[in-house]
Write a protein that binds this ligand. Structure first.
Ligand code: FAD
Length: 433
């Protein structure tokens, strides 16, 4: 059997190497550190947590807690390392960053089937199974062949608008309509504002606290992804001629065009989540919650994803990848981690976990197992490979990605039932692995 090549020994690459090796596959794992460091990496060890030392909430109330539980049950190296190096952090799973990296580095170094090769990879192997897990700060020398491989569907910045849960919207205020009645009538949901509401909102956007950009993120924003608060700073009317323009949208309750409108577009086919169109932002998270809940109809909005704008190398996964994370145009190549358009430490590890299993199956001539969409693992990979190609932006795991439960379920019991269903389906899937 040929050796499996994995590029990048971050969270996804290490998890993928471990899963493949545990299934009897020989792995060469390439890591450019310490020869070369991205602007955010500083440790010489593997699986470095580049910013916060938290793997976020640990309760099944949060989809990321469920994802961690699924990974634990499936024998994830990331979760084993996190438990071994845990530090107190209330309801979150936080770790000692150095010990976490040391733990994974030692496990990888000691595995008889994994060979770690230090040095920057600048081209892709012409043959054999390859897992690309070079992360959100993939080196420039590798980004070039990746751009060619993906037909320039490789992006270097994300511009994420907040996403809200459909069942938290006040539909007595919001109306469904497309501009000038084009397309399906209810393509967009519209939050109408009168003049006083608009002026107050613009003022809060201008005054709201912003996240300062990191040194390597000081970019000139092109018009298509200008932060909404920067547009507001250009003049009080700018947003009314941009993402908040009301023309062609009459409110069926009044029969007139509102002073301004915030449009919501479905984020997934199931229409369980909607994004605020054109509302990419660098406002801090508490400010986003406070200011965006001033929007009529969003007073009680549940934000499944807050907005952001940062340096992030990722591919257009729905256009390029199969649900097995294989490249459609060359299925011996599998993508893993943040570069696939998942967002977050745990999500990246989860993506690496699936890539490792899939790469091992590919090497061994076995069918590739896709996790059920009802599990957190499955919901995440299903989303990134089936999202709207035209508006694809990175996504973290959240309960809005899961298929609806059958029958009527009380809102406060919904998450618990989704988690119970996920863990049941996970056990069936695991048994078949
Ligand atoms: P990485 O963990 O970055 O691993 C990729 C590895 O590939 C690196 O070790 C890199 O050195 C190596 N590599 C790159 N190019 C090459 C090459 N050409 N040859 C060989 N090796 C190469 N998520 C959170 O959940 N919480 C946070 O607080 C958080 N903060 C972030 C801060 C920043 C600045 C960034 C960019 C991202 C952050 N993320 C955060 C998002 C994401 O979860 C992490 O980036 C995560 O580490 C991604 O995992 P990964 O395995 O895909 O990539």
């Amino acid at each position: 059997m040929e050796t499996l090549t994995i590029i990048g020994a971050g969270l996804a690459g290490c998890e993928a190497a471990w899963q493949a090796a545990q299934r009897g596959v020989s792995v060469v794992l390439h890591e450019m550190k310490p020869e070369r460091f991205s602007p955010a990496h500083h440790l010489a060890g593997l699986a470095e947590l580049v910013c916060s030392n938290s793997l976020r909430g640990d309760s099944l109330e949060n989809a990321v807690g469920l994802l961690k539980e699924e990974l634990r049950r499936c024998g994830s190296l990331t979760m084993e390392a996190a438990e071994a190096t845990r530090v107190p952090a209330g309801g979150a799973l936080a770790v000692d960053r150095q010990l976490f990296s040391d733990y994974i580095t030692a496990k990888i170094a000691a595995h008889p089937l994994i060979r770690l090769e230090r040095g920057e990879v600048t081209d892709l192997p012409a043959a054999g199974t390859v897992v690309i897990a070079s992360g959100p700060l993939t080196s420039d020398a590798l980004a070039e062949p990746l751009a060619r491989l993906t037909g320039d569907r490789l992006y270097f910045y994300d511009a994420i608008a907040p996403i809200v849960a459909a069942d938290s919207l006040d539909m007595t205020t919001i109306f469904a309509a497309s501009r000038y009645g084009k397309g399906d009538g209810d393509d967009y949901l519209n939050c109408p504002m009168n003049e006083a509401e608009y002026l107050r909102f613009v003022d809060e956007l201008v005054r709201g606290e912003k996240v300062p950009p990191r040194d390597f993120e000081k970019i000139v924003h092109f018009e298509g992804c200008m932060p909404v608060e920067e547009m507001a700073e250009r003049g009080v009317e700018t947003l009314r001629f941009g993402p908040m323009k009301p023309v062609g949208l009459s409110d069926p309750r009044t029969g007139v065009e509102p002073h301004a409108v915030i449009q919501l577009r479905a984020e997934n086919r199931e229409r369980t989540m909607f994004n605020l169109v054109g509302f990419q932002t660098k406002l801090t998270w508490p400010e986003q919650r406070r200011i965006f809940r001033m929007i009529p109809g969003l007073e009680r909005a549940e934000f499944v994803r807050l907005g952001s704008l940062h340096r992030n190398t990722f591919i257009n996964a729905p256009a390029l990848l199969l649900e097995t994370q294989q490249l459609k145009s060359d299925p011996r190549i599998i993508f893993a981690g943040q570069i696939t358009g998942v967002e977050g430490y745990v999500e990246s590890a989860a993506s690496g976990f699936l890539a490792g299993i899939n790469a091992a199956c590919l090497q061994q001539g076995r069918p590739l197992p896709v996790p059920p969409a009802e599990t957190a693992l499955g919901a995440l990979v299903h989303h990134i490979t089936n999202a709207d190609v035209r508006h694809f932006q990175p996504m973290n795991v959240n309960y809005g990605l899961f298929p609806e439960l059958a029958g009527r379920v009380k809102k406060k019991e919904k998450r618990q039932k989704l988690a119970e269903r996920a863990l049941e389906r996970l056990e069936d899937w695991r048994a078949g692995l």
